[in-house]
Design a protein around this ligand. Structure first.
Ligand code: DC
Length: 232
């Protein structure tokens, strides 16, 4: 396929605690690309459901209102934003309440269909290209992405990172509790019927357990550069 544009689409998937967000933002900033956090979109839908008293464990109730929330994502990697019906939800979507409910809401096909369409629109409109992070970007949302990465890490490393992020003081929330919560969410996200968390066949797997953030970023930037040379 001849390259008629310099726009590059990078899909970065993997479970939480593997360094997806930090890596994706840093790669986008380094390469002058947009950045889309698709987990934030599922969290925003979940926040809306909780706010409107929808029973998040009732898939029919969630499906019935899936067309209602209007989610808008700002794609500047240095200052990403997210609003629902005009309200800034960047902070409330990170609460334990939302984290505990997001797997159930994101398993509902009507929710996924809406968010997937939104993600494709945003990626299609990104003139200079974009880094999109999530669980099903390389497999379902953007199967034609130019570069696909699947990040992994040991359960211990993931729990330690997530614990530090949650509390700002490693150890305060209990690594064991964090590890158990991550394992529960992984199991739910990987076993759902509609576009589960999965590695695309053509994705490059990067195990971040022993790597610094800078090393992971370097690795992804190199893969993007190699892609650029192939299509030139
Ligand atoms: O990346 P995160 O932890 O903020 O994602 C929150 C949840 O959203 C995650 O548990 C599963 C769901 N999710 C998804 O189903 N598909 C995506 N592309 C991104 C996130």
């Amino acid at each position: 396929m001849a390259a008629t544009t310099t726009a590059v689409v990078v899909a970065i998937d993997g479970p939480s605690g593997t360094g997806k967000s930090s890596t994706s933002k840093a790669v986008a900033a380094r390469l002058g690309l947009g950045y889309l956090d698709t987990g934030a979109q599922y969290r925003a839908f979940t926040w809306w459901m909780l706010r409107h008293g929808v029973d998040v464990n009732d898939p029919e109730a969630v499906a019935a209102v899936a067309a209602k929330p209007t989610v808008v994502s700002g794609t500047d990697p240095l200052a990403p934003t997210i609003t629902v019906d005009g309200a800034d939800v960047a902070r409330p979507i990170r609460t334990q309440e939302v984290t505990g409910a997001v797997s159930a809401v994101s398993a509902v096909p009507e929710v996924r269909a809406r968010i997937t369409a939104l993600q494709r629109r945003i990626a299609g409109d990104a003139g200079d290209g974009i880094v999109v992070e999530g669980r099903d970007i390389g497999t379902t949302v953007l199967p034609d992405a130019d570069v696909k990465i699947f990040l992994t890490a040991s359960p211990e490393a993931r729990a330690a990172r997530r614990n530090g992020e949650l509390t700002g003081a490693p150890g305060a929330a209990g690594i064991e509790a964090t590890r158990a919560a991550l394992a529960r969410r992984d199991a739910a996200d990987s076993s759902r019927k509609t576009s589960p968390l999965a590695r695309a066949e053509d994705a490059v797997e990067v195990d971040t357990t022993e790597l610094t953030l800078e090393q992971v970023v370097e690795c992804v930037v190199t893969l993007v550069a190699q892609h650029g040379q192939q299509v030139r």
